[in-house]
Design a protein around this ligand. Structure first.
Ligand SMILES: [Zn+2]
Length: 371
């Protein structure tokens, strides 16, 4: 079995070891500080450097032992190697993971519910629980960050299953004989097999970035901790600055509201112009008034209202057909049209259909039959 150095000291960045087995692209060491994926924490990356070879570790997985997955093991020999962990990546996970414990404990204290479905991703962290947190988000954040800034020691202890502490936030998994407990000061204690920072202050800050209902009963929060929060805030500020430049305003809310009002007004004016243009282009064939153009259904309906003195057949290049008549059975005529040209529709004295495959032909057919 590989000796797991990250449990003795999660701050080991480089170490010497021996390759004891090579199996395809899997390398096995006598001891390792590479954390294998597990407990919601992604695996480490880094390098294994030996005599005449340097390997990029692209994944680390538990398979009864610890498999260091490399691109190729060609030219690799058993024996001494020097290993380097991608420390920025690992320390980020340690900040996220410890922040996760603190936030989950804050949620339990404020909302009284257990957190589940917890995952640390490379960009964002997620946790789920069964209570609407929206009114309490600021309170949860304040409590969690108060713990971060209290510089509480984060300590690990190992207990026999029969002798676990009584103050655990969660029960240990079934079937394990030894339970590893991670304790953040006197604020939280929970069974966990991940890697953590040694003081809560190293988490830096915990920021909830998104809250939403995942299913009927399950709510999800997304959050970031530590250096990742700085990156997140910079991305948000870059986005804001781009918008400010685009809108030529330092007050984004005001600028967007103004833009929105203008947009509503312009849409209305465009609609009126389209209606007048369409009215001017309507053709008349005996008792039938007809027109085809690029129209939405609302425009077609208004057009029909404006021509209520004749039998009306309208089609849109978008696949809509509208028929209206005071005397003819337009309902059955529409059925014929949708049977011939596809689409679905219905109605009373005004019948509408959408999804008509050939609106030009459909209109010709309607005019012919209405005449
Ligand atoms: Zn943990």
């Amino acid at each position: 079995m590989t000796e797991l150095l990250f449990y003795k000291d999660p701050y080991i960045k480089e170490f010497d070891a021996r390759i004891v087995k090579i199996d395809g692209n899997k390398i096995y060491l006598d001891k390792t500080a590479f954390y294998p994926e597990g407990g919601g924490q992604p695996s480490d990356r880094g390098k294994i450097i030996g005599d005449g070879f340097e390997l990029d570790v692209v994944d680390v997985q538990k398979d009864g032992d610890v498999a260091h997955i490399v691109r190729t093991s060609k030219g690799v020999k058993l024996g001494s190697v020097h290993c380097k962990i991608d420390w920025n990546r690992r320390y980020d996970f340690m900040q996220q993971h410890t922040g996760h414990h603190i936030l989950a404990a804050a949620i339990k204290r404020v909302l009284g519910v257990d957190v589940f479905g917890s995952v640390i991703f490379e960009d964002v962290n997620k946790m789920e629980f069964e209570r609407d947190p929206r009114e309490s988000i600021r309170k949860i954040e304040a409590l969690a960050n108060g713990v971060v800034w209290s510089s509480l020691p984060v300590k690990t202890s190992v207990h026999a299953r029969s002798n676990i502490p009584s103050d655990l936030r969660k029960s240990p998994k079934e079937g394990i004989s030894e339970v590893r407990v991670v304790r953040v000061g006197d604020f939280d204690a929970v069974p966990c097999a991940g890697t953590h920072v040694k003081n809560s202050a190293e988490v830096g800050i915990i920021k909830i970035t998104n809250v939403y209902r995942k299913t009927k009963d399950v709510w999800r929060v997304e959050f970031v901790c530590g250096f990742r929060t700085l990156k997140y805030m910079n991305d948000v500020l870059d986005e804001r600055n781009k918008l400010k430049e685009k809108l030529n305003s330092s007050n984004l809310v005001e600028a967007v509201e103004k833009l929105y009002d203008e947009c509503v007004e312009l849409r209305k004016r465009l609609h009126d112009i389209q209606l007048e243009l369409a009215l001017g282009k309507v053709s008349r064939d005996g008792k039938v008034c007809y027109y085809i153009g690029d129209m939405d259904m609302k425009l077609m309906e208004e057009l029909a209202v404006r021509m209520s003195d004749c039998n009306i057949a309208l089609a849109s290049t978008r696949g809509y057909v509208l028929l209206s008549s005071g005397s003819l059975d337009v309902k059955n005529l529409m059925k014929e049209i949708t049977n011939k040209f596809g689409g679905k529709g219905g109605g009373g004295t005004i019948v509408r259909a959408g999804g008509v495959s050939n609106p030009v032909k459909a209109l010709e057919y309607a005019v012919e039959r209405m005449r």
